[in-house]
Each structure stands twice: as C-alpha cells, then as structure tokens.
Ligand binder design. Structure first.
Ligand SMILES: Nc1ncnc2c1ncn2[C@@H]1O[C@H](COP(=O)(O)OP(=O)(O)OP(=O)(O)O)[C@@H](O)[C@H]1O
Length: 597
C-alpha cells in the first residue's frame, strides 16, 4: 500500500484497494443503492397511471376500475418498501465493509508510523498525527459506509430521472430539466471558484494547526498555570482558532451567492413548467392526455430537488474525502526505514561506529556528527561524556536507527545495522531514556511492553530485580493498578524503575542508558543504580551521563565535543592525558566539593 507504484493511482481507487476482501460486499452495496435510487421514481410513474385511469373516466367516475387503480397503488407501495429494503441492505453491507476497512487501516497506520524514522515524528506534531489517525481515517469510514453507495445511487438517479422526464411529454420534461441544469451550473461555478478550492485545501491544514496547538496547550498546561497564563494569552492556540474562523467565514461569503442560486433554481421547477404547460395546454388537441401528463409533471417536479441536492452533497463530500485520503496516503507513502536485501542477524553484540557523519538538517553544511569512530565491546560499559549539545544522545539514538546516518557505517556484531531486520534490531537494543513514558495501562502491562510473551511471574521477577516490587505491592490493585486511576501515581524515581523493569524483562543484549539517574534523589539514585546493575550485567552497555562519578568505572569513556570524538580511554588514561576529560573531571570534582562545603 505504501509503494510508490500506488502514487499514480487515484485517491478513491487507492481507498477501494484497501477494501480487498470486502470488495464484493461494497459492490453489492452500490448495486442495491442503484436499485433503491431507481425505485424511488417508480411511485411517480404509478401516480401517472392512476391519474390516467381517473381522468380517462372523469365523465363517468362510476366506470373507474378501482382494481386497476388499486394495482398501481399497491405497486407504488411495493416499490417504496422494496426501495427502503434495498437501501437498508446496502447500508448494512457498506457499514460492515467500512468498519473492517477502518480497523485494518488504523492497524496498518499505527504499524507504519512506528517504522518511520524519528525525523517524521519530530516534523509532524502529535496533534496532527492524532487527527490523521482518528478524524481523517474516520472520514474514510463515512465515505465507504455512506457516501460511496450514496454517490453511486445518486449518479444513477439523474439517469433514471431523465428517462422518466422524457417518458410522457418531452417538452414538459425539458421545462423541468432547464432549472436543474442551471442550478448545476451555478453550483459548479462555486466549486470552481478559486477561493472555495483554496478553502477545501486549506481547511484541513487549518484544522491540523488547531489540533496541534490544542494538544500543545494541554501538554503545556503546567507552564500555563505556573505562569498564570490565560487561554487568550496562549497566542498560538488562539490564533489558529481565529485563522480557522476567518477562513470559514471567507469561504461562506465566497460561495453564498452560487449556493443560494443553486437552491433557488432547484426549487423553481414550477416556474419553468407552468408557462410551458399553459402554452402546450392552450394548443392541445387531446386535452385529456395533456392534463394527465401535466398533472404528472407537476407532481414529479416536487421529487426532483431531493436526488439532485444529494448528488451535489456527494460531490462536495467527495472533495473533502479526497483531501482526507491524500493526507492519510501521504503518511503511507512516507518510506519506512529500508532494510538491505541481504538481511542478516547480528553475529555478536559489539557495536562499532566507523567514520559516521550525520546531520538532522540535510541542508545544514555544518552537520551534527563528524567522523565518529569507536567500538563498544560486549560485557563492557562504554560511556559518552561531553558538554551539553555536543551530540551524545544523537550518537546513542543512531544505534536503534531512530535516524539514518549520512555516511559511514554503524554495525552490531559485524553486521551493518541497515542490513538487520528492524524487528531483530529492536530486539537487540533496550533504551532507557531520561524522559520516562508510561502508558495509561496497568503496571503489569507497562512492564510487559518489554516482552509481551513473558509470563506474569517473569514480569514480577523483573520488577523485583528493578527494585519496584515493594512500592507496586503497596498500590491499591498491586500489579494491576492502572496508572493515573484510583490514585495510582508514581514518583519520578519509581517511574524510572518501572522502565528499568521493562528493559530487564526485554533482556536485550545491548543496553543504552540516556542520563537514567539524572534527576533522582540520593535514595532513589541508589535504588536505580542497583536496578541498573542487574540490567547491565553481561550486556553491551552505552551510558550517557553528566555526572562523571557514575561513569568513572566505565571500561571506556568517549569524550564528545562539538559533534566529534575528542578523546577516548579509561578514566585513569584520560586523567593522565590531561586534556578535555581531565579538565571536565577537575571542574566536576570542584563542584562536588563546593556543594559539600
Ligand atoms: N530532533 C532534533 N532535530 C534537530 N536538531 C536536533 C535534534 N535533537 C538534537 N538536535 C541538535 O543536535 C545537537 C546535538 O544534540 P544532542 O541531544 O545529541 O546533544 P547532547 O550532547 O546529548 O546534549 P545534552 O547533554 O544536553 O542532552 C544539538 O545542537 C541539538 O540542538
């Protein structure tokens, strides 16, 4: 689905390709909708025949065969019931197909975005992605379940309507057709209006912006409250709402004339039919035949506006849905991280960086990392130190391919990481971030994210190893306590240890710790350190730490400065060398003494 070959395919066709197994159901739903639309005109034809029976016997009402009138009446009733039944069945089939497609689409969407590089996520806000996954995908459901059968039915309606219009008197049929064509022209003018086109395109952009700023506002509510900001002082949110409102008002103004003309013309069939009818009537040789036809067209003209309005509605919705499809498809068309054709499994757990160059912004000649080369051996701790912004986290994040490098090579167990299947790569690496993220699920489930096939006993074992067991047992529902409910709130240090338990359960051979103990208090830090020791045992460990005391005993210390490796060695070697690390250690030791003094 994400193949570039699909790019050329029409958006609606792309959506229909998703239907796959449900194609037959959708086809049948559309067919039933066509039957239902065609049957909606049948009662009018029956009315014509009833009128004919009545008027042909107008001089002698007693001679009217009520059995033939009754048949037409029953046929009319039967077609109405059958039409409703077809419409109902069509709706059942299309809804069934739509929900199946919706489910598959959401699953594929979630799977796809998890395989996209981090760059995609940093340039697409959470609010925008939420809207895409939620509202835009929902619109596709609306389209498949309602608009698609309606559209097919609505397209069939004018054809049947044309046939019926010219069935009894082409001149009166033409008189009814003229306002319909004129109303179409008026509406087509509005759809072709550059302003309305621009609105259709910008409509979703503005909604996206409103969503993103709403999510940002809610996420930043701590800052808003701490600095006593009001809703209106949160300018971005406020401005996006205003931009949306302005755009909607401008659009309404731009289409109001053509839309009013469309409605007025569509409902003015009488205005065209009456003079034509009078003219024909005044010259009619067979007045009775004329009267029957005229009465028929007068009645039929009342049923014209409904299907035509529906057709227009379907057109407008088609515009909207195609914009939604474009957006969802845009995400699917974003290439996932590529894996070489010769997929290999790592032949060990050592990590090597060879002349790695990387830049977040490909247009920035300065770059972020330059010529990074080092190895991290299995069973050893390799520490990355250096000033803030020097590139330590970036180096660590390149290992699980959060980003792809520009040149050079990163290998695990001698295999280029781009040749390792993403699942294998993810299985090889555990990442413990400074920013802890826990899902609003039970603690047990949060730990089991590390290894979904693990048993509950294993998860409890991991929690014990990560020094979590004690505080989890004290929670209202123990391991089944859902975070954020019934007063289940964890401190920063406790959250950190749950994340370590998750990593212990995952038992990946490579462990990356990004400032894992940065904000812990001494008691928590000791517990976290004990938990980390269990996690790090016999693993290839990469540690990023500001506090040099925590990495003093590392097997290798790599000093990063302005995106380059300045020096590397053990603590003693680097102190003896007396350059950057020596200076950092001096400053750090003085700061420690200063704090104690
Ligand atoms: N997602 C990103 N997009 C663009 N630039 C980024 C991104 N993340 C980091 N950078 C930039 O890359 C450089 C290195 O950042 P990085 O986070 O790797 O440094 P660090 O040494 O880990 O810093 P710290 O110790 O403060 O966490 C910085 O200039 C930073 O602004």
């Amino acid at each position: 689905m994400s193949d570039s070959t699909n790019k050329k395919t029409g958006d609606i066709r792309w959506l229909l390709q998703l239907a796959e197994t449900k194609k037959a159901n959708l086809l049948l739903a559309c067919l039933l909708s066509v039957f239902s639309a065609a049957l909606s005109f049948a009662p009018y034809v029956c009315v014509y025949f009833i009128l004919r029976v009545i008027l042909e016997n107008s001089g002698n009402l007693a001679g009217i065969s009520f059995s033939s009138v009754g048949i037409y009446a029953w046929v009319a009733l039967g077609t109405v019931i059958l039409g409703l039944l077809f419409s109902f069945l069509s709706s059942v089939l299309s809804h069934g197909a739509a929900y199946k497609i919706l489910f598959e689409l959401r699953m594929k969407f979630a799977g796809h975005i998890s395989q996209l590089p981090m760059g995609f996520h940093t340039s697409n806000s959470t609010g925008k992605l939420r809207k895409l996954m939620d509202e835009n995908v929902e619109k596709l459901e609306l389209f498949i379940a309602h608009q698609l059968p309606d559209a097919v039915g609505s397209l069939a309606s004018p054809v049947v309507m044309l046939v019926v219009l010219f069935l009894f008197d082409w001149r009166m049929g033409l008189a009814c057709l003229v306002p319909i064509v004129l109303s179409f022209m008026a509406q087509a003018g509005s759809l072709a209006n550059p302003e309305s086109k621009e609105f259709m395109e910008s409509f979703q952009d503005l909604q996206d912006k409103m969503n993103s700023s709403a999510v940002e506002y809610v996420r930043g509510i701590y800052v808003v409250k701490a600095f006593n900001q009001t809703v209106f002082s949160f300018r971005k949110f406020h401005d996006t709402i205003l931009a949306y409102k302005d755009s909607a008002i401008r659009y309404t103004h731009s289409v109001k004339n053509s839309y009013c003309a469309f409605l007025v013309l569509l409902n003015s069939v009488f205005l065209f039919l009456l003079p034509v009818g009078i003219l024909i009537g005044s010259r009619a040789a067979d007045y009775q035949a004329f009267a029957i036809a005229f009465l028929f067209y007068l009645i039929f003209s009342m049923g014209i506006a409904g299907p035509v309005s529906k057709l227009m509605y379907v057109f407008v919705q088609g515009f909207m849905v195609s914009s939604s499809i474009k957006r969802v498809r845009g995400v699917f068309d974003t290439p996932v991280l590529s894996v070489g054709v010769n997929r290999e499994k790592p032949r060990g757990n050592g990590i090597s960086f060879e002349h790695v160059f990387f830049s977040y912004n490909k247009d920035d000649a300065k770059g972020t990392l330059h010529d990074i080369s080092f190895t991290a051996e299995p069973g050893q701790v390799t520490a990355l130190v250096g000033p803030s912004g020097s590139g330590k986290s970036t180096i660590a994040q390149l290992i699980p391919r959060f980003w792809d490098i520009d040149s050079g090579q990163i290998a695990i167990g001698g295999v280029n990481i781009t040749d390792i299947a993403l699942d294998d790569l993810m299985q090889s690496v555990s990442f413990v971030f400074q920013d802890v993220f826990l899902f609003q699920k039970s603690i047990l489930e949060n730990i089991k994210i590390g290894n979904e096939t693990a048993s509950d006993e294993d998860a409890v074992w991991a929690a014990k190893a990560a020094m979590c067991h004690e505080f989890i047992e004290r929670l209202p529902d123990g391991y089944h306590s859902v975070l954020g409910s019934k007063g289940t709130y964890l401190s920063g240090g406790e959250r950190q240890r749950v994340v370590i338990a998750r990593a212990i359960l995952k038992n990946a051979p490579i462990v990356i710790l990004d400032e894992a103990t940065a904000f812990a208090d001494p008691e928590n830090e000791q517990k976290i350190q004990l938990a980390l020791e269990k996690l790090m045992k016999h693993k290839t460990v990469i540690v990023i730490a500001h506090r040099l005391s925590t990495i003093k005993n590392a097997d290798k210390i790599i000093v990063v400065d302005e995106g380059r490796i300045a020096e590397q060695g053990t603590h003693e070697e680097l102190i003896r060398y007396g350059a950057k690390y020596g200076h950092m250690w001096d400053v750090y030791s003085k700061a420690l003494n200063w704090k104690l003094a």
